[in-house]
Design a protein around this ligand. Structure first.
Ligand code: S3P
Length: 168
């Protein structure tokens, strides 16, 4: 059975892509990202998919993309920040080496700010961040084997902390 060697979950701005690329390099395995898979398959940016098709349709595409990636990828896999909202996705992650890259709300606001490319944060970033994290924190924790705080760490330090925590 193929399975990812590391799955990264966590909010936007936690550095999943940067850290994921570093981890893949360190381990000599491929890197994959479900947001990029969706963009490639749909031929449209995530923000455009949200506007044109709505969030519910995006979540369906995301559920399918995660399922496919988890079944077919043997490297490092990063999931979009909201992927863990889906019950079947969380069930799928059971038993996998999942690392939650956590991020404090104030640091999240600093890192992402007012960002049109991130459709969930385009109106009032601080309030939206607080609501988003209140709704999701326990879901990240539920699927995670390890949690690594990213607030005061460089991507290299986060990558090392993930390897240490997962004993890789
Ligand atoms: C989302 C996070 C984004 C992307 C979409 C929705 C979310 O991914 O999937 O904009 O709901 O948190 P990143 O976490 O990779 O930015």
């Amino acid at each position: 059975m193929t399975a990812p060697v590391i799955v990264l979950v966590g909010p936007m701005g936690a550095g999943k892509s940067t850290v994921g690329e570093l981890l893949a390099q360190r381990l000599g395995v491929p890197y994959r990202d479900t947001d990029a898979d969706i963009v490639a398959a749909q031929g449209r940016e995530i923000a455009d998919l949200f506007v044109d098709e709505g969030e519910a349709r995006f979540r369906e595409l995301e559920r399918a993309a995660v399922r496919e990636a988890v079944a077919g990828h043997t490297g490092v896999l990063a999931l979009g920040g909201g992927a863990i909202l889906d019950d079947s996705t969380r069930a799928l992650l059971t038993g996998l080496p999942v690392a939650y890259l956590s991020l404090d709300v104030e640091e999240a606001v600093r890192r992402t700010g007012l960002n049109q490319a991130r459709p969930l944060l385009s109106v009032n970033p601080r309030r939206q961040w607080r609501e988003l994290m209140d709704a999701r924190r326990h879901l990240y924790t539920e699927v995670a084997r390890v949690t690594v705080a990213t607030d005061a760490r460089t991507p290299e330090e986060v990558a090392q902390a993930v390897l240490d925590a997962l004993e890789l």
